[in-house]
Design a protein. Structure first.
Length: 357
């Protein structure tokens, strides 16, 4: 009996020892994973610290705005600034204005370009007065804050964050990704080569001429020049489509890039980017990178015509702003029941009165 009892005690001690060893192994693994996470966060934070961050403390939204349909989405403004300098994001026309909608559940990303010549109320730097101009003049007048206020007011949005890039940043990222594959049309070749001359003067980057049409890999200079073309069939509407094509191709390339390539992009490009996003917000977006997928893209206004008002030159005029805003919310947020705010309805009436459209 004593022998059997001793055997049971030994088995119990061995079992307890195994449990302690197992707990120790699990604890070690968890500690190691936690350490890796902390290192990754510290690494990314150090990279993001290189970005030029601007506060969006004065961003406004329309009174009575219905945000129920926007819940579950992250909405950002993407600006491409044309100011003929590098790294200056305080001024310049925002010739690229893209509203980015991210479905937080599915990871689907939708992009909608706001046409630069759209006749809208750009307001003033204080957000207290109305001033109807071309949409891209808002950034020139008051930087990213006024540009976002313009989007929020005219389109019934609640954007509070943005990312802005210039020619230099776009060229560098595309080069580090190894270029992007674009189907170049015959009428686009001369414009790509022509725009690269100006880009060379601004950035100092080497010019490599595009020899002909067809599907090919464009380097940073070539792809940026391609995204600037506005004098072929489709004019500026086609240009915004090219811009969204380049961004989509960059996104696809980045998803398949190595950690070394992504690290090089962070080192090179982040100092050339301006944003309002905090380090925590940027890390949150980056940790979900594998979940994201590109959805549809389009341009605003959907229903439009061209015309002029006073000395403003050629304009893109929304054929009823309210109806276009309703379509926009359906596109960005799958909200088929959206009712535009009183502010947007009032702006619609002013646009009709000013343009006769």
């Amino acid at each position: 009996m004593r022998d059997e009892e001793e055997i049971r005690r030994k088995k119990k001690r061995r079992g307890s020892k195994r449990k302690r060893q197992k707990r120790k192994i699990i604890f070690t693994i968890l500690a190691f994973i936690l350490l890796l996470i902390l290192i990754a966060v510290a690494f990314v934070s150090s990279k993001l610290g290189k970005m030029d961050k601007i506060s969006m403390k004065d961003v406004k939204v329309n009174e009575g705005l219905d945000v129920s349909g926007m819940k579950g989405y992250t909405t950002l403004a993407l600006f491409g600034v044309d100011n003929r300098t590098n790294g200056n994001f305080e001024t310049g026309n925002s010739d690229t204005m893209i509203i980015v909608s991210i479905n937080n559940d599915t990871g689907e990303i939708k992009m909608c370009s706001l046409y630069r010549d759209t006749y809208l109320d750009i307001g003033d730097s204080e957000g207290t007065e109305s001033k109807f101009r071309k949409a891209n003049a808002a950034y020139m007048s008051g930087g990213p804050e006024q540009a976002i206020n313009m989007m929020n007011k005219n389109l019934d949005l609640n954007i509070s964050d943005y990312v802005a890039v210039d020619f230099q940043a776009l060229i560098d990222v595309i080069d580090l990704l190894g270029g992007v594959e674009i189907d170049v049309e015959a009428e686009e070749v001369q414009y790509i080569n022509g725009y690269m001359t100006e880009l060379n003067q601004i950035t100092g980057k080497e010019i490599v001429q595009v020899s002909g049409a067809g599907t090919q890999t464009l380097n940073g200079m070539q792809a940026t020049a391609y995204a600037r073309i506005r004098y072929t069939t489709g004019w500026d509407f086609k240009r915004t489509e090219r811009q969204r094509t380049v961004i989509t191709k960059m996104f696809e390339k980045a998803k398949g890039a190595s950690l070394g390539t992504l690290n090089s992009i962070l080192d090179k490009a982040l100092p050339e980017v301006s944003t309002s996003l905090s380090t925590t917000e940027m890390i949150g977006l980056m940790t979900k990178m594998g979940k994201y997928n590109m959805g549809e893209n389009t341009g605003f206004p959907f229903d439009k015509t061209s015309g002029s008002v006073g000395s403003l030159g050629d304009l893109v005029i929304p054929v009823d702003l309210s109806a276009n805003v309703k379509q926009l919310h359906e596109f960005l947020y799958n909200d088929t029941e959206y009712t535009p705010s009183p502010t947007v309805q009032s702006l619609s009436g002013t646009i009709r009165s000013n343009t006769g459209v």
